[in-house]
Design a protein around this ligand. Structure first.
Ligand code: C2E
Ligand code: CA
Ligand code: CA
Length: 652
């Protein structure tokens, strides 16, 4: 207990250094006041010297005080200098601790000197000593106010001995002055303690304010960074790219500077997500982002716009060539599958490029053009590069017009369904009809399905259009007692309710599923094997049979396609039509038929126009034939006539 109090007491005379920032602040406030203190002391001392010189004893009345003055002024200058320079924390602490000790030594020295000098003077001179010491001690305490421990030393080793000595000196003549100084000092210590505490609070509140400011600054910088960054790939995002593009557009650069925007959209990425899950999809995006970034020329920027879209930005005198090179590398970099663990994931890239002289075309427009060029690649088989030209806009506009016309055509009932008979190769009897869409009442003039089906597919209008054909055909053919083939566009598989809608039409028309066959082209099967497999198996589950249409135009082998469980392949008219003239076509057809039959698939040859073709196809093993040799596609009334005619022929 006693020891604790003693330790506390000792601590009162030490400089607390745990809060270095506070010590620093004290040091700087202090450094401004110390020179002033020395100046006051020097003036006071000189005043005493002036008074006491005439009483003799020059060592104590002149030489010693003058030496003290010079030393003090020297210290004052040193403090004045140090207060203006940048100092390390160590120096600050050293100075404060030294000052602490010095306050003790100098207050003792001054008191000792004053008391030693006191007896040599007359009553007036003695009064001046008391005045001098009192004034010096009080001004000392005020100047040291930032260093509490020094104020304590000054009080204990300066003011206390002073008060005690002068209380008793000269038969109590100076008693009132001694009491006065002691009381004033007490009051002063209280004020200084309060001041000291307030100062510490001020420093700490300024510090927390600064910390808060720094935190706010850091947060707002982080926000800005995040707002311009794509979290998944770590690349700049659309906003960052746009602002960069805007900045380039506004900068007045060299005359021949060009800006190129390269728009990259991955092909088949949605299927990666659907098939392997989003985690794998995310990995693919990261890998692809890194790969594309490495292909970029120096100084160019790559951003992820979202989903599976990226965009590069290149500027410079050879931006156009650089963009071409980058785009070609992007497409070829995806030729090899991406390997994630044991999986080999195959995706592609459709790339559009737009280029303009700096300042010629604003950021938004350049972006739109690159997008339009990319869209054209997507619409024409994907995995390629297209450079924007005004013709692309015209083509896109035509497509948009056509889309609007199809929409209107659906509402106004401008579409019809025609039927083309399919005959048995041996007996030449109609066994089936293929439903084919017609648009006879189009306001701008009729066009064939070859010209508008792709637009309907791209816009999703193929869904109502496909259902219109199916519903109409089921009604028309129900009584005809032949099978019905309906073309189904792969794009219809994207509709998650596709199977349900088919089932609803069958129920509504009473058409037996066993008499219905869907014709599919192979493109979608290769691009989206999982979804295709699922749809095909549920259609087959309903009793519908499935034919592979246009065989011979793609690249895939029959054995690969066999796993989808096709019931039939339809040899494309381009192959069947050449059978009589091109020996290689004959070999191909014969091989395909042989293999298909071996895998339990029936074969129909389409595009049969001559008897010679029909014979060769029949001999090659085709079970069914279809083509102008038998009938063109015809409206339902004519087909009905044809069917009754044929059955009369067969009966006759
Ligand atoms: P596809 O499925 O290959 O249909 C056969 C096409 O060959 C039909 O053209 C038909 O008129 C034509 N054709 C038939 N016999 C001969 C012949 O002996 N010689 C020649 N040169 N051509 C013959 P169309 O009706 O113009 O249809 C073209 C394509 O449009 C169809 O090819 C099919 O892919 C698509 N399509 C037609 N209707 C529909 C439909 O309702 N839905 C879907 N998704 N696609 C359809
Ligand atoms: Ca067909
Ligand atoms: Ca075909």
């Amino acid at each position: 207990m006693g020891r604790e109090i003693a330790a506390k007491f000792v601590r009162l005379f030490q400089v607390p250094t745990d809060d270095i920032e506070l010590v620093r602040a004290q040091f700087h406030a202090f450094a401004k006041q110390i020179p002033l203190l020395y100046l006051i002391l020097a003036i006071n001392t000189l005043a005493v010297v002036f008074t006491f010189a005439k009483f003799g004893h020059p060592w104590i009345s002149v030489y010693l005080p003058l030496a003290l003055c010079i030393a003090g002024l020297g210290r004052g200058v040193a403090w004045w200098r140090i207060g203006r320079s940048a100092v390390s924390d160590d120096v600050v602490i050293r100075y404060m601790q030294r000052t602490n000790k010095f306050a003790f030594i100098s207050s003792m020295t001054f008191i000792a000197w004053g008391i030693a000098l006191f007896p040599y003077g007359d009553a007036y001179a003695q009064g001046q000593i008391v005045f001098f010491l009192g004034l010096s001690l009080i001004s000392g305490a005020f100047c040291l106010m930032h260093l509490r421990s020094a104020v304590f030393s000054l009080t204990l080793f300066g003011i206390a001995p002073f008060s005690i000595y002068f209380f008793f000196a000269e038969q109590g003549h100076f008693r009132s002055a001694a009491i006065n100084l002691a009381l004033v000092s007490l009051g002063m210590i209280v004020i200084l303690m309060i001041y000291n505490r307030d100062f510490a609070n001020l420093v700490s509140s300024r510090r927390s304010l600064l910390e808060k400011q720094e935190e706010t600054q850091r947060l707002s910088e982080e926000n800005l960074r995040l707002a311009n960054l794509d979290a998944l790939s770590g690349l700049p995002n659309r906003r960052a790219l746009m602002s960069q593009l805007e900045a380039i557009h506004q900068a007045t650069g060299k005359a021949n500077t060009q800006t190129a925007v390269i728009f990259v959209d991955l092909d088949g990425f949605k299927d990666v997500n659907d098939t392997y899950g989003h985690e794998t999809g995310d990995k693919v995006i990261k890998i692809v982002a890194r790969e594309f970034q490495s292909l970029l020329p120096e100084g160019a920027v790559l951003a992820r716009l979202g989903g599976d879209e990226f965009a590069g930005l290149i500027s410079g005198s050879d931006a156009a060539e650089q963009a071409d090179m980058f785009a070609a590398r992007v497409v070829s970099s995806l030729n090899e599958p991406i390997r994630i663990r044991e999986r080999a994931i195959q995706i592609g890239a459709s790339v559009g490029i737009a280029c303009a002289a700096q300042g010629a075309c604003d950021a938004r427009e350049l972006f739109r053009r690159a997008d339009a060029a990319m869209y054209d690649v997507k619409a024409n088989g994907k995995a390629d590069v297209r450079v924007y030209s005004a013709a692309l806009d015209a083509a896109r506009q035509r497509q948009q017009e056509l889309e609007a016309q199809i929409r209107q055509g659906l509402i106004e009932g401008q579409f019809d369904v025609f039927y083309q008979p399919i005959v048995d190769a041996d007996r030449k009897e109609i066994v089936s009809v293929e439903a084919l869409l017609r648009w006879p009442r189009r306001l701008a003039g009729p066009i064939g399905p070859d010209q508008f089906i792709s637009v309907a597919e791209a816009s999703g209008l193929i869904n109502p259009l496909g259902l219109l054909v199916l519903r109409r055909a089921c009604r028309d053919i129900l009584e005809a007692k032949v099978k019905l083939s309906v073309n189904v566009s792969p794009a219809q598989f994207r509709d998650p309710d596709f199977e349900a809608k088919i089932a609803a039409v069958l129920a509504e028309t009473d058409f037996p599923a066993e008499r219905l066959e869907f014709e599919l082209t192979e493109g979608y099967l290769i691009d989206h094997p999982e979804r295709a497999m699922a749809v095909i198996s549920s259609l087959k589950g309903m009793g519908i049979s499935i034919a592979l249409d246009d065989f011979g135009t793609g690249y895939t082998s029959i054995s690969y396609l066999q796993r989808y469980g096709f019931d039939r392949i339809k040899i494309d008219k381009s192959l069947a039509g050449q059978i009589a003239t091109d020996k290689r076509a004959g070999v191909l057809v014969a091989g395909a038929v042989y293999m298909a039959n071996g895998l339990d698939m029936a074969v129909t040859a389409e595009g049969v126009e001559t008897e010679e073709q029909a014979n060769m196809l029949r001999l090659a093993g085709c079970q069914c034939l279809q083509g102008f040799r038998y009938s063109e596609p015809k409206p339902i009334d004519e087909i009905r006539d044809l069917l009754t005619e044929r059955s009369r022929d067969v009966a006759a």
